[in-house]
Design a protein. Sequence first.
Length: 347
Amino acid sequence: MSRRNETRDRLEKLKALWARGESLLIVMQNNPDPDAIAAACALHQLANRTAGLNCRFAYGGTIGRAENRELVHYLGFAFYPFDKISHQKSDLIALVDTQPSAGNNPLPEGVQPDIIIDHHPAIEASRGVAFADIRESYGATSTIMWEYLREAKITPDMPIATALLYGIRSDTQDLGRESTQADIDAIESLYPLANKRMLGQIQRGRVPSDYYQMLSTALSNTRIYSHCMICDIGDIDNADMIGEVADLLLRHEEVDWVMCYGVCSGRILISFRTQDSSLDAGDVARKVVDKLGTGGGHEHMAGGQISLLAAKRSMRKYLRIKGLIRGRFLNALGIRTRKGRPLVHIP
Ligand SMILES: [Mn+2]
């Protein structure tokens, strides 16, 4: 079946499902990124226009990264922390850019969503869901949502078109990673509809002094081991920084793998980035967090999380986990040395 017919079929299924309720709760991952935010808003527009559904948005963690705050402000929708709303009040629940039990979203175990739209590798828990559209080859969930809007003959309004374009560009690093023809088509169609001035403004979101302090700490805690880097950001309030620093470090000319981790709200959060196609970042992430937490992702980018509840009162346990994940990461890459050299010299 062609891509277009497939989307048409799925749109019909969605509409049938929507006929069962009046309200839809759209749940994003923890610390939602631009792709999740854009896809959620596009789903809102689709559900509202085709079925008149009342939609609410919920997320886990925080919306911290300057670009994301700027984007949310521009979109003008109310985004609620999941624990501040009662999900029981919505007839239907949708998960975008994440899946049940993935470990990176606020949906409690035992609460089954009705809809999943995602581009991460499918996981077991998604099987029993009434509607699951999981397209692993797509660079962004925003691309999938753009195909639904197009199929439903809905032209996204300017903020949503801008968000979708930004979501695809940031998840694929401007089509440089994990992108397919579908992502390219979506970008080309969305470009004329987007607010170009706003795109620039979102990318240059203003940041507080803390941001530079965090960056300074991160750089001074980065070590190079052969062709990879490991960065320990330490305690942070803003979980988005972990991915941001990982992206920055991957630009280093001698490095093709980066693992960056920090502690946020009682959990170690880890980002993996690579330019090496011989090893899958999602596989490396799963190896690193094995029996400690959850993890997974794509070929070139992945993440993991480990709860520190069990290690709460024991500094030794905490340091042991950090040592363990560093060792496992180096093992996964086949790097023998345990002696890293500092990335920068602090005067
Ligand atoms: Mn995504």
